[in-house]
Design a protein around this ligand. Structure first.
Ligand code: SF4
Ligand code: SF4
Length: 90
């Protein structure tokens, strides 16, 4: 599953720079997570980094984006490939 930021977010800014996938950005009223970029930190860390740092515990799993560990790993690989430098054309 991707994670989701709830309206309890106090816009403290600490989670955004911690995300290894650049999945967190400022939304209309508070921070939001792009489910297409959130791997629950699979591929980078053992625990979701945003959850670790959030002072108000407002980042639960998003039941609308249920994914297996394998799917999250695949998303991680695709995000890495999209970032570019190590992609091999052959
Ligand atoms: S769980 Fe990891 S990848 Fe997902 S938004 Fe939080 S820091 Fe980013
Ligand atoms: S760490 Fe939590 S409270 Fe702070 S901006 Fe991120 S989601 Fe909002």
């Amino acid at each position: 599953m991707a994670l989701i930021i709830t309206s309890e977010c106090i816009n403290c800014d600490v989670c955004e720079p911690e995300c290894p996938n650049q999945a967190i950005s400022m939304g209309e009223d508070y921070y939001v997570i792009d489910p297409a970029r959130c791997t629950e930190c699979v591929g980078h860390f053992g625990e979701p980094q945003c959850v670790q740092v959030c002072p108000v515990e407002c980042i639960p799993v998003d039941p609308a984006h249920v994914e297996t560990h394998q799917q999250l790993e695949r998303k991680y690989v695709m995000l890495q490939a999209a970032q570019g430098s190590t992609v091999c054309a052959s």
